[in-house]
Write a protein that binds this ligand. Structure first.
Ligand code: HXC
Length: 271
């Protein structure tokens, strides 16, 4: 399969933080080859970190690694792994240690999604999304925790706001992301004494991502959606939240679930 066409960096950073706050740090990001996770990786690199991005498709990983290294002047490498396979994630973590010697920040971001009603969702389809989103987050934490303890680092798990209301056609993702929120909170409580923080970013509708394309109603440009801030999110909105949560400015913030959704969680009952 040929690599996808070059995708320019999302856009110039809108961060308010200095560009060297993550100097010497290393980010380990599952799902980092595309979308929101790519954007968060780029932002963390723009603040000085090197990165390892993890995913299933080697061609896409390598292309993104090249682009992020070129765009940020930092080093981004790829590790091919399926988050459903603990062994492949442990190998990816070891690669990070072999190349960079440390892991400071982890983004548990790999996710799977499609629209389907319960009546049309096979047992395997439900299980597949639980395995990618929930088990994948658990496996990522397990593979990295000794390294993150060593640096007194921090985790961000990527969740959603779908499960705050009953979102139709999203039972699999809603169940999976509710579990991700719980997992992150327990991690925060257990690992706090070791100096490790754990938070969740719950993105709303973030335009220009695969998730948005998969969920958008192609016949309704508004998607029946409204947010108090009057627009869809973009990747930079989520990336800036990640920079804050990994920064020392958030050194007393742990065990939190932070929606980045323009306030939509308070309005939306369906989409
Ligand atoms: C019903 C479906 C389906 C669909 C797949 N399945 N697509 N069922 N409707 N549209 C079923 C299959 O028939 C199969 O069940 C089971 O799911 C597993 O499918 P596979 O294709 O074998 O699995 P796999 O190759 O591992 O792919 C996983 C995937 C795929 C989740 C199905 O979509 C994927 O790889 N996605 C990764 C990228 C992605 O989704 N990114 C967006 C994340 S956005 P049977 O019974 O036939 O075996 C996101 C944001 C959420 O998470 C919040 C938004 C606001």
């Amino acid at each position: 399969m040929s690599p996808p066409a070059y995708v320019a960096p999302i856009h110039d950073s809108t961060s308010s933080f200095k560009s060297n706050i993550f100097e010497g740090k290393v980010l380990f990001c599952t799902g980092g080859a595309s979308g929101i996770c790519r954007g968060m990786t780029e932002a963390v690199m723009r603040h000085g970190a090197n990165a390892v991005i993890i995913g299933r498709r080697l061609d896409r990983l390598e292309q993104t690694s090249k682009e992020l290294s070129a765009a940020t002047g930092r080093s981004c490498i790829s590790a091919q792994a399926d988050v459903r396979q603990p062994k492949s994630l442990k190998e990816a973590a070891q690669k990070a240690i072999d190349v960079f010697g440390r892991i400071d920040f982890v983004i548990c971001g790999a996710a799977g999604n499609f629209m389907a009603p319960i009546s049309g969702l096979s047992e395997n389809a439900f299980k597949t999304v639980i395995e990618i989103d929930t088990l994948g987050t658990y496996n990522t934490i397990k593979a990295t925790i000794p390294h993150v303890r060593a640096t007194k680092g921090a985790y961000i798990s990527v969740s959603a706001t779908l499960h705050y209301n009953a979102t139709p056609y999203q039972v699999h993702v809603s169940a999976a992301k509710a579990a991700v929120d719980a997992l992150s909170n327990v991690l925060a409580v257990e690992e706090g004494p070791h100096g490790v923080r754990s938070n969740v970013i719950a993105p709303g509708f973030i335009a220009g991502t695969e998730g948005f394309d998969r969920l958008a109603n192609k016949n309704d440009q508004s998607n029946g959606f409204s947010a108090p801030l009057g627009r869809f999110g973009d990747v930079n909105d989520v990336a800036n939240a990640a920079v804050f949560l990994f920064s020392d400015a958030a050194s007393y913030v742990t065990g939190q679930v932070i929606p980045v959704d323009g306030g939509a969680e308070h309005l939306r009952t369906t989409f």
